[in-house]
Design a protein around this ligand. Structure first.
Ligand SMILES: Cc1cc2nc3c(=O)[nH]c(=O)nc-3n(C[C@H](O)[C@H](O)[C@H](O)COP(=O)(O)OP(=O)(O)OC[C@H]3O[C@@H](n4cnc5c(N)ncnc54)[C@H](O)[C@@H]3O)c2cc1C
Length: 401
């Protein structure tokens, strides 16, 4: 097993680190002081222009589409670098949910959909969102959706209620998961349909306040109502009833991106924790780093982050070679394992900083606030643990309940 980084990838990572240091990290304080994505819009745009000029734009996409054409395991390494800041993926145009939407449009879009929706997204001229979860039914059982898309001539008429639609505020279009055939088998009931955000009957009810923050623009999660929203059938992605099949395509690579982003956050938190332990004196000449409790946090964190990274890179490697279906157990394992490591490492870093850790003078409180959600979105941890355990127990003759 070779753990070295090939020279071309090392050059890419060095370029990414450069941009992160010169353009992205300085934006964090600006974001904290101005308190909104819109308020730092010009500075974000300047950083994005710079990324494009350096040819580091859309690392996850093929070169044919204007991306960097990195294989999944290499993009995973880039994703770690970008994850050091909440703003990293956005500046490089590989942020969720747009990255997933680009991936499925790249795979399934018709020529018209590609022209009208995919290319502007790739160029960074517009943003998009993905509306699947509904407040009234369990998101962990997505076959239970209530939003319907009723066929009417050449159109669909959509009615439903969604929430936690990330980035809907200011998005140009949503990809909406809606039931197109209630009589079909559970996994063939729904389709994914592109809905322009200004379609009559679509209301963005609010940005949901999450841990005290409504956020704005890309950094927000909206509640949406669809009341008789009419879109052409030509806006459906793929075959009718293929909604879940297509959703699987986005979730596999998406979980690798998220997990490596979390590892980037872990590394940044770890560095802050070590620096604070070394510099904070409890009394003259007695740094916090001399305390065994802090040493244990540092050692445990180092071991857990290293283990997490190896697991994610292994999952990416397997997915690259054998496809998402073959790697589904590894993907589920990294989803809950890395989310847990993230929470522990960020929490220890905050504790090491004392009151300072709760302020927005460091990125730690933001990591904690935004990423408590890591154990819930893209499938709650318990769902993934159950999947892994059931697959293992099948080998012992235990049938699923
Ligand atoms: C920050 C954030 C961003 C999001 N962005 C989007 C987005 O852009 N688009 C979108 O469509 N959705 C989005 N979501 C929604 C997310 O996908 C759902 O919250 C998730 O699927 C869980 O659904 P739920 O909230 O309805 O929880 P429920 O399904 O009600 O589950 C509640 C809890 O029950 C437990 N549970 C569930 N199933 C099992 C099981 N099988 N075994 C044991 N315990 C179980 C888990 O602890 C779970 O947390 C986002 C959520 C968050 C928090």
């Amino acid at each position: 097993m070779d753990f070295s980084t090939p020279a071309p990838l090392e050059a890419v990572l060095a370029g990414v680190r450069d941009v992160m240091t010169a353009f992205v990290l300085p934006l964090e304080a600006l974001y904290a002081s101005r308190g909104s994505m819109r308020a730092i819009g010009p500075e974000l745009q300047a950083a994005r222009d710079h990324v494009k000029a350096r040819k580091l734009w859309c690392p996850q996409l093929t070169t044919e589409l204007g991306g960097m054409g990195l294989p999944l395991a290499s993009h995973a390494r880039v994703s770690e670098e970008l994850g050091r800041s909440m703003l990293g993926h956005y500046v490089f145009n590989c942020q969720a949910p747009d990255a997933g939407n680009m991936e499925i449009l790249a795979l399934f879009a018709t020529p018209e959909q590609r022209e009208r929706y995919l290319l502007p997204l790739v160029a960074g001229d517009v943003r998009s969102c993905f509306a699947m979860t509904e407040p009234d039914v369990a998101g962990s059982n997505p076959t239970w959706l209530r939003t319907t898309a009723r066929a009417d001539g050449d159109d669909y008429v959509i009615d439903g209620h969604k929430w936690f639609t990330t980035g809907a505020d200011g998005a140009a279009f949503a990809i909406v998961m809606a039931v197109t055939d209630a009589g079909a088998s559970p996994h063939a009931r729904a389709s994914q349909i592109i809905v322009p955000m200004d379609a009559p009957g679509l209301t963005r009810v609010r940005n949901i306040s999450v841990m005290g923050h409504e956020g704005d623009g890309w950094a927000s999660h909206s509640e949406l109502r669809f009341e008789g929203v009419r879109v052409p059938k030509a806006n459906r992605i793929g075959e009718e009833g293929a909604g879940f099949l297509i959703a699987q395509e986005r979730l596999g690579p998406g979980r690798i991106h998220h997990a490596m982003r979390w590892i980037g956050m872990c590394e940044r938190s770890f560095e802050l924790m070590c620096a604070r332990a070394a510099s904070r004196e409890l009394s003259p000449g007695k740094p916090l780093a001399h305390k065994q409790a802090v040493q244990t946090w540092i050692a445990d964190s180092r071991a857990e982050i290293d283990a997490a990274r190896l697991m994610v890179l292994h999952a990416a490697w397997k997915m690259q070679r054998e496809g998402a279906y073959a790697a589904r157990e590894q993907i589920s394992i990294i989803k809950f394992f890395v989310a847990d490591v993230l929470q522990k490492v960020v929490d220890r870093a905050i504790q090491t900083h004392g009151a300072l850790g709760l302020t927005d003078d460091t990125p730690l409180a933001g990591f904690y606030r935004f990423e408590r959600a890591a154990r819930i979105y893209d499938g709650p941890d318990e769902v993934h643990k159950s999947l892994v355990a059931r697959r293992i127990l099948r080998g012992y003759g235990v049938e699923s309940s």
